[in-house]
Design a protein around this ligand. Structure first.
Ligand code: ADP
Length: 498
């Protein structure tokens, strides 16, 4: 049950309750109707039996005035009573049929009156192979002058129950049909209403899922739910969720602002440390080697200089990311926008990387292509990708930069290496800030985990995107796509390989 969504659970619950109510109401209506029809029928039967009895008694009395009377002579013609479609029989004291109406059978439909004379009218059921009838048995009792009650026979009036059963069947079918239609309507309508009512919950779920799936929470935190006008629980849920988003969003921008401010504030002291460490190192190097304790001093000065340079790079990266965060799409990090020859940028990056490569085969496969962008930032982006490729590719490996116009609208730059590759689970996270696949190896290679975040920020600041495909042990391809692309005429530039 817990796997079934709330809207379905509500619908099932209410439909079951409605089904119970409908069954109870249906059974009551059917039983009340049957009782009512039967009691009408019984009234009719009793009245007819009483009429016949009255006629017999009158005849008997008339005859008695002239001599001994017999029941047989006193029984009237029953034709007048059968017009109502009734079965009428007059039985003698032994239970034999003295006279029967046209439709009535000749076999008795009821018992003879008890000999004791203590006879009471009775209602019963009589069955033949063809039909069932409801019968009223009214004993004929003669009162003597001594006050004795002598049973002399019985008047039996019956009516076939066909019509009653037919009426009941139609009624039951109508009730069943109405109940089924009601249940279907209730289930469909209930589900629809429950779904509509729970829509704000779906919106909250979707908003929360979007925030959970967005590692940088840049755009997802700006989203707000529509607050429904009805002042109900769902309105409060949406309003409360929005208020929570306001808080989280405020906390998030405070954190961003803090990062930006801290990086900025640390710049000046760091510049001083770097300057002083430089002086310190030069001074230490100038001192004679024979001076006691000079070696650890020189090592310490070199460490300070190396680490402060590393810290400087980290601060620049953090500042760049903070600036990218401060505007929608990170546009503020692209300052000098111009036509940039991507093949030139790629060739320049290859030359720079060659210096730090361990001997890997660096190749360029570039069409002469321009995009509109910030040349320095695009160079920085490609340097990040090449730096990573060199770090993760053995000396015997190959690294290729490819530059193409994928379409008129899209320029494509990719860096393909034959290095260690990235596992599938990590591929989705390598663009996250401070994320390193293997921390121990990452530290050894000096990475901070910010390189690809910066590459991504630069690509997005140009309205583009970056993606990775990789197989462990085979290599990786990082692909950057930028909007707008024009191929330069053959005379103006040429595709080259190095
Ligand atoms: P880092 O400063 O550690 O290089 P990045 O953000 O540039 O940080 O990269 C994140 C992680 O992605 C790295 O730690 C590395 O493990 C992995 N990675 C990046 N590029 C490659 C590559 N070309 N081949 C294999 N792994 C890579």
């Amino acid at each position: 049950m817990s796997r079934i969504p709330v809207r379905a659970r509500l619908t099932i619950f209410f439909t079951l309750i409605l089904a119970l109510i409908l069954v109870a109401v249906g059974l009551s209506v059917a039983s009340i109707a049957r009782n009512r029809i039967q009691s009408d029928m019984d009234d009719r039967l009793f009245r007819t039996a009483a009429d016949v009895t009255t006629v017999i008694e009158q005849n008997f009395n008339v005859q008695s005035a002239f001599g001994p009377a017999t029941l047989e002579q006193a029984v009237p013609d029953l034709g007048a009573f059968t017009s109502r479609g009734l079965l009428v029989q007059v039985l003698d004291a032994d239970g034999a049929v003295l006279r029967a109406s046209e439709a009535a059978p000749t076999t008795p439909l009821g018992d003879p009156p008890p000999a004791s004379g203590d006879a009471k009218p009775a209602v019963g059921i009589a069955k033949t192979s063809a039909w069932t009838a409801r019968v009223v048995n009214l004993p004929l009792v003669l009162s003597t002058r001594d006050g004795d009650q002598i049973p002399i026979g019985a008047v039996i009036v019956g009516e076939r129950t066909d019509t009653l059963e037919e009426t009941m069947r139609v009624l039951e079918q109508t009730l069943l049909l109405a109940a089924v239609a009601g249940l279907v309507l209730a289930a469909v309508g209930g589900y629809w209403i429950a779904r509509r009512a729970l829509r704000p919950v779906d919106a909250v779920t979707a908003a929360a899922a979007a925030i959970a799936a967005d590692p940088e929470m840049r755009s997802s935190l700006d989203r707000r739910l529509d607050v429904p006008p009805a002042r109900d629980e769902l309105q409060r849920l949406s309003a409360t969720f929005n208020a929570m988003l306001d808080h989280v969003s405020a906390a998030f921008s405070t954190q961003r602002q803090f990062l930006a401010d801290a990086s900025h504030e640390l710049r000046t002291p760091l510049t001083a440390i770097r300057g002083n460490s430089d002086v310190l190192r030069r001074q230490a190097d100038a001192l004679p080697d024979a001076l006691p304790g000079i070696v650890p001093v020189r090592e310490a000065a070199a460490d300070i200089q190396r680490e402060s340079e590393r810290m400087g790079r980290l601060l620049e990266d953090l500042l760049l990311l903070a600036r990218a965060d401060s505007t929608a799409g990170g546009a503020s990090i692209t300052q000098r926008t111009a036509h940039v020859r991507l093949d030139d940028v790629a060739a320049e990056v290859i030359r720079t990387t060659q210096v730090m490569a361990d001997g890997q085969d660096l190749r360029l496969d570039a069409e002469a292509v321009t995009v509109s962008g910030d040349r320095d930032r695009l160079t920085q982006l490609l340097l990040v990708l090449m730096d990573n490729a060199v770090t993760h590719t053995p000396a015997t490996g190959q690294i290729t930069i490819t530059v193409r116009c994928e379409t008129d609208q899209v320029a494509m730059i990719s860096v393909t290496d034959t290095g260690s590759g990235i596992g599938e689970a990590d591929q989705a996270r390598v663009f996250d800030r401070f994320y390193r696949v293997d921390t121990s190896r990452g530290r050894r290679t000096g990475g901070s985990g910010l390189g690809l975040s910066i590459a991504k920020a630069i690509a997005e600041a140009h309205g583009g995107s970056i993606s990775v495909t990789s197989a462990v042990g085979v290599g990786s391809t990082f692909t950057v796509r930028l909007p707008g692309c024009s191929v330069v005429e053959a005379t103006a530039g040429d595709a080259s390989s190095s």
